[in-house]
Ligand binder design. Structure first.
Ligand code: ATP
Ligand code: MG
Length: 462
């Protein structure tokens, strides 16, 4: 069950409980009110009757009470001290009533023939009476009054009301459920927005933020807090990138100085150096060159990482790839590797010539470097709906399936020993990936068990 459903259910349950209590109170009031009115009336008429009875002392017919306005009044008056009956109304003579406690009232049902006296009986000649016993003190003497009066049947009415209220409650619950479900969705809408936006903020789009409104509710505060977290993250990421760029930059000049000094020693003092010293200087130069390459790659990569876009122009990849093939022919021929190209008439893309040159140069470099002697490199291109696809594949030992996704990571090399043999830095493919990303393109790496490795690049068609 999701939060929206839970909120809707809770509101409905609370609403149902509250209206149940409310209806209970109203119902109780409704059913008790007529009884209380009737009790007050019984007491009133009873007292008036007692007054008339006492004024006429004994010489009173049972019907005399009709003078006070009600023939259907059931009345017995007793002197409290002696218990003697001093008056009995006509109705009390033809109909007996059950005993009830003094100072109490009760509703009872009696049967009486309608031709004797008509009291609004139902078909079974049943009449509902309200009875009340109470005592009155007149001139220091206490009298006990047993009073009663027919009243309308309330039970049927009562059931009608119960059914009405029950039905109303049911409709109320359904409407409340629908409304609260709708409103819960409305209230939770900001959560959905926050979720969608937070999902969009990845390493590549760390500058994006969750939109916040003017209000100061919990969701808005959550969005603000998340945005602050993203601020800190973005700051940390850019700082890390800047650090790499700055460190590489600081290393560049000393490395160039070292290389130049080594060149100077080699050319100026070549005759005076022993073989061992010459060899050491050679090795040193090699390492310095390697470090220079590494620093250059790091600088390239950090510049690309910081960039959000690149300047583009229409570029035809076909001449670019042909030039590169020519450049690498010597290197390939040295290891008897054949480079075969299969390109259409034109491969126009929107891109940055210099960066694309660097990317494809890195790919060709890998294709030859990680090939075996007498191997083969194939460069093929094709135009498919709005995309230009270039595949550079090569024979060779290939890489394991698990490594194919990691080759784009910085400093990742499949086999450290082998990579070291070729002097790689593990930054080449990371640079390729970043360049292609800046071009809104894609690059994938695959390797078959037979050792055919293929890198597929797609770029937007110009
Ligand atoms: P750099 O390119 O910076 O000189 P590198 O070539 O070692 O160093 P990447 O180009 O990023 O680094 O390649 C990463 C690893 O992927 C390589 O070490 C290599 O093991 C593997 N690899 C890359 N291209 C190929 C390929 N065409 N065939 C087989 N393995 C490859
Ligand atoms: Mg490489």
């Amino acid at each position: 069950m999701n939060i929206r459903q839970k909120i809707a259910l809770m509101i409905t349950a609370a609403g149902f409980l509250a209206s149940l209590i409310f209806s209970g109170i109203v119902l109780w009031q409704m059913t008790d009110q007529p009884n209380r009115l009737m009790d007050a009336e019984l007491e009133n008429i009873g007292q008036r009757a007692l007054k008339i009875v006492l004024q006429n002392d004994g010489k009173l017919t049972p019907n005399a009470v009709s003078e006070i306005g009600d023939q259907n009044f059931w009345l017995e008056i007793y002197a409290a001290d002696s218990g003697r009956l001093i008056y009995k109304s006509y109705l009390a003579m033809i109909l007996s009533m059950p005993e009830i406690k003094p100072d109490s009232s009760r509703t009872v049902s009696r049967t009486i023939e309608r031709d004797k006296i008509y009291l609004g009986q139902d078909r079974q000649n049943e009449v509902t009476f309200r009875l009340k016993n109470f005592s009155v003190i007149v001139a220091g003497k206490r009298y006990l009054l047993k009073t009663g009066r027919p009243m309308e049947r309330l039970e049927e009415e009562f059931w009608h009301i119960i059914i009405g209220v029950g039905g109303g409650l049911l409709v109320f619950v359904v409407v409340l459920l629908l409304l609260s479900y709708y409103f819960a969705g409305f209230i939770l809408k900001p959560v959905r927005i926050i979720n969608d936006q937070a999902r969009n903020i990845s390493e590549k789009h760390l500058d994006r933020r969750i939109p916040t409104g003017a209000g100061n509710d919990e969701f808005n505060r959550l969005a603000h807090t998340l945005n602050e977290v993203f601020d800190r993250l973005e700051y940390a990421f850019t700082r890390q990138k800047r650090l790499l760029a700055d460190a590489s930059h600081e290393l560049k000049t000393p490395l160039t100085m070292m290389r130049l000094s080594l060149d100077e020693i080699r050319s100026g003092f070549d005759d005076e150096l022993s073989d061992l010293q010459s060899e050491s200087i050679m090795r040193l130069t090699e390492q310095v060159l390697r470090m220079e390459r590494l620093v250059k790659s790091l600088l390239d990569l950090s510049a690309l990482e910081i960039a959000h876009s690149t300047t583009t122009e229409p570029v035809d990849l076909k001449p670019l790839l042909n030039f590169l093939t020519d450049d690498y022919t010597l290197l390939a021929e040295a290891r008897k590797i054949k480079i075969k190209t299969q390109l259409p008439h034109r491969l126009p893309v929107t891109g940055n010539l210099e960066e694309l040159n660097r990317a494809f140069s890195n790919l060709l470099d890998n294709a030859i470097k990680y090939n075996h002697d007498d191997g083969e490199v194939r460069i093929s291109g094709r135009l498919t709906d709005n995309r230009v696809t270039v595949v550079i594949s090569n024979t060779g030992p290939g890489v394991a399936e698990a490594a194919t996704t990691k080759v784009f990571d910085q400093f990742y090399r499949v086999e450290t020993s082998r990579a070291q043999l070729y002097g790689g830095t593990g930054l080449g493919l990371a640079i390729v990936k970043r360049i292609i990303e800046l071009h809104n393109g894609t690059v994938t790496f695959s390797s078959t068990p037979e050792g055919v490795t293929a890198v597929t690049v797609t770029l937007p068609f110009y």
